[in-house]
Design a protein. Structure first.
Length: 616
């Protein structure tokens, strides 16, 4: 080993010259736009395709939400055919969109383009693969939801978040392993961003992406692999959509097993019994001769219908020949129904030009003519005039003998006439159910006696006569010349004496006419929702036994009243909008009210009776 003195070593490097040269690399273009293209263009492309994803998801879910898909299934539409129709629709739309984008990106304007050197066909294929993956991604997201607005919003959010892994990959691209890049490309947005990265790198070389270099590996990954991953993503999204819809059917259909691909479409069932050869069996003995004099409406000659499922087939119709005749019973039933409903003059009119009442008649006729055993009618006579309503009532009375009719109505007289059993619901809960007579017995106040007074009528004398015969009678209302008394059912044996006395003293008492009627279903309906009536009167009165009270409403002037509670189930209230406070004098448990404005209303919840008189 040689050793030199320090001075000698320094003399050796006095005339030494050192030069540095960069390691040689391929020629490339220094363009700031390519940096933007590599970093920002994938995000812009993803945001443009997110609109496509939202539209597709919303369209499919709207169809599902409106039950149109179930209707098509019930009509025999195959599930795969339904999805193929959707794919073709959106594929053609994407084809037009991608073609326009390709022209926009590759066409040079003044010698400048976004992808100035790349092959136009490859750019089109790349964008089209991404569009197909987006379509299948939307298909997949639509299978998880039932509501359009929920599925659309969540689908858009998920689609955006699938782009985020690329931001992690791009900052440490060379440090990521091949497996990490492959797994991240299972999100179509990441695969698209990787493809844009390769295109921008080849654009920087001045060659652009071409058929000859699309397989070139750049950091153990290539543009060809990007295209393959986009197609693989499309397949996986389609597979997930198929599995979710098969394993978790929503409204129609039975859920399939998780090992659906290992099962045959139709089980093979061996014949249990074979009797002769069906092909050689004579069918002539089982076919009746065709009747003469009938016009053929439908003629079927040698009809075949075969359904194929994979390699197996199902023969639904085999060499069917038969005739269906015109006007056999159907024409007569139509004429009878048109005559019953009074629609002969509307025979040739389109339903959309009919009025609301006529449409309801038509709907009732359609429901009845088929001979259905169960009939569900929702407000069948709403919007009809009185004569039409009466005709429908008569028709339903005739037809209900051999049918079960479920009818909803807000006409109490209709319910009373047609209903064998009546159910009343309040706030979604069943309040009562039974025959009309049962409900009237439970909720009815008895009988109503209506008296029309003459100008010479003595009201107090008339009331004393009624209370003499029926002490529990209650003055229900007094409006103008009309007075209505409620007569309890228990006092029915004394009705004859009361009516005879009123008829004999009609001139003396100043009675023009009088009559009695039974409790109606309208009264039953009013008495059922007790909680609502109780709440109403708690806002009108402040009650204290044997103490002066004041009305607590701003619509009436203050007035000191004395209230005495008694067990009779009647309550007296005043309508605030009608005028001044009335004065009332009770006698023998009945209410006799007098008001200048005739604004008194009597409601009968089962609480107590107010015996009210003006406080001195």
């Amino acid at each position: 080993m040689l050793h030199h003195a320090p001075k000698a070593a320094l003399d050796m490097f006095k005339n030494l010259q050192v030069s540095v040269q960069r390691f040689p690399s391929g020629s490339h273009i220094q363009d700031p736009f390519l940096v933007i293209l590599q970093n920002e263009f994938p995000l812009l492309l993803m945001l443009s395709f997110i609109c496509v994803e939202l539209i597709i998801t919303n369209s499919i879910l709207l169809e599902k939400e409106r039950k149109q898909k179930e209707y098509m299934y019930l009509m025999g539409l195959e599930n795969w055919l339904h999805w193929v129709a959707w794919f073709i629709t959106f594929f053609l739309s994407a084809l037009v969109t991608v073609s326009g984008m390709t022209v926009l990106f590759c066409t040079k304007m003044n010698g400048v383009a976004v992808f100035r050197n790349s092959n136009t066909t490859l750019i089109f294929i790349f964008l089209m693969c991404f569009a197909i993956a987006t379509i299948f991604f939307a298909f997949m997201m639509s299978t998880f939801f039932q509501r359009a607005h929920v599925g659309t919003v969540i689908g858009g959010i998920v689609f955006f978040f699938t782009y985020l892994p690329y931001m992690y990959i791009t900052f440490s691209y060379h440090q990521r392993t091949y497996s990490q890049k492959i797994l991240s490309c299972l999100f179509s947005n990441v695969a698209m961003a990787m493809g844009v990265r390769f295109i921008s790198l080849f654009e920087a070389e001045g060659t652009g992406i071409q058929w000859r270099n699309m397989g070139s590996v750049w950091g153990d990954f290539s543009f060809t692999q990007v295209l393959v991953m986009l197609l693989l993503d499309s397949f996986l999204y389609c597979l997930v959509a198929f599995l979710v819809e098969s394993l978790f059917p929503r409204k129609i259909g039975m859920p399939k097993s998780w090992y659906i691909f290992a099962k045959k479409s139709f089980p093979v069932i061996p014949p249990l019994l074979v009797i002769g050869d069906p092909e050689k069996t004579s069918k002539g003995d089982f076919l009746q001769d065709e009747p003469a004099g009938h016009i053929n409406a439908i003629e079927i000659q040698h009809l075949y219908k075969v359904f194929y499922t994979g390699r197996s087939k199902c023969i639904a119709v085999k060499d069917l020949s038969m005739n269906l005749y015109k006007g056999q019973d159907c024409h007569e039933k139509i004429e009878e129904m048109l005559h019953t409903l009074g629609l002969e003059d509307k025979r040739n009119s389109r339903s959309k030009f009919l009025s609301g009442g006529i449409k309801r008649k038509l709907a009732i006729g359609i429901a009845l003519i088929a001979g259905s055993k169960v009939l569900i009618l929702d407000e069948p006579t709403s919007g009809m005039d009185s004569s039409s309503r009466r005709a429908i009532w008569d028709l339903l009375q005739q037809q209900k003998g051999d049918r079960t009719v479920l009818l909803t109505t807000h006409f109490m007289d209709e319910a009373d006439l047609l209903g064998d059993r009546i159910a009343i619901l309040a706030k979604g809960e069943l309040q009562c159910c039974g025959t009309p007579s049962f409900l009237k017995q439970k909720y009815g106040a008895g009988y109503y006696m209506t008296i029309i007074k003459t100008p010479l009528c003595d009201t107090e004398k008339l009331a004393k006569v009624i209370y003499h015969h029926i002490p529990n009678a209650i003055l229900e209302s007094r409006i103008g010349e009309e007075m209505i008394f409620t007569l309890p059912k228990k006092a029915m044996p004394r009705f004859e004496a009361l009516f005879a006395d009123l008829e004999q003293r009609q001139t003396e008492l100043g009675i023009s006419t009088f009559g009695a009627s039974v409790t109606t279903m309208e009264e039953v309906f009013i008495r059922v929702p007790v909680d609502r009536i109780k709440c109403l009167h708690s806002r009108i009165f402040s009650l204290s036994s044997d103490q002066p009270i004041r009305l607590n409403t701003g619509h009436l002037p203050s007035s000191s009243l004395t209230a005495v509670l008694s067990p009779v189930p009647t309550i007296l209230c005043h309508a605030p909008e009608k005028g001044r406070v009335f004065s009332a004098q009770l006698d023998a448990g009945a209410v006799c009210a007098d008001s200048a404005a005739s604004g008194d209303h009597y409601v009968k919840p089962q609480f107590f009776q107010l015996q009210i008189k003006e406080a001195g």
